[in-house]
Design a protein around this ligand. Sequence first.
Ligand SMILES: Cc1cc2nc3c(=O)[nH]c(=O)nc-3n(C[C@H](O)[C@H](O)[C@H](O)COP(=O)(O)O)c2cc1C
Length: 260
Amino acid sequence: MSNKDGLVNTIITAVVLCLVCSTIVSITSIGLRERQAQNKALDKKKNVLMAAGLLDAAGAQKISEIFSERIETRIIDLATGEDVTSEYENPDEFDPEPLMMEREHRIDLSNDRDLAQIRQREVRAPMYVIKTSESDRTPAGYVFPVRGKGLWSTLRGFLAIDAELKNSIGITFYQHAETPGLGGEIEADYFRDAWKGAKIFDDKGSVVLKITKARVEENKNEIDSLSGATITSVGVERLVRFWMGADGFGPKLQNLRDSK
Ligand SMILES: Cc1cc2nc3c(=O)[nH]c(=O)nc-3n(C[C@H](O)[C@H](O)[C@H](O)COP(=O)(O)O)c2cc1C
């Protein structure tokens, strides 16, 4: 046996190979981090626009352009509904979830308040004002980030509400791990279409939306439950009730109603 095939050489070769491969993987991962962050931000913008009904598939490459023309990001203190956007240099980049690692940026939700089953919620959250046009800043509606537990996963999405603060304009989910064909149908066109014009609030501002198996056709506040995915459907109803209610954007919604 030549020295080349010896145990020491084999081990050295394996170690060098491992080092080279792990270095390549690390460099690639670090190199791609910025691009991944950019793509994530772009995907969020795309979903805000989709919920707002401002984006069809053909417009996908124009996301940033339409977003800056038609959307204004505001940062809201959820407990008071106060608009604190002026404290931020770049509100579009505000992402509350990573901040929640720190105590002062989150509140714990007791079981009776935790409709969306998220255990904690951020102190401040972004919301998005839909402008009527690039030059007309009159709100055409508002888009709210929402999240809550489905069957297997936390569903993250956006719910757009009309300027009258009554009906839904649309809903999107950009992150979840529900089963394709069952809970995963929250992304399907037929489910999303049902939200266009669905009644979310009554005249007093209470949430009346229901996702139900025995839907009554003329009730605009009822949306068909996904078949074979009742648990995900219930999760969607609960997350809407939570984020549109007193522990979510309720105080902000009340401020908007009072200022009308
Ligand atoms: C492999 C597997 C995956 C499932 N995925 C989901 C899901 O993503 N969402 C959901 O609500 N139910 C899912 N279910 C079904 C639930 O266990 C439950 O039966 C269902 O939510 C009840 O809905 P139904 O009353 O419409 O039948 C899954 C079941 C199985 C066996």
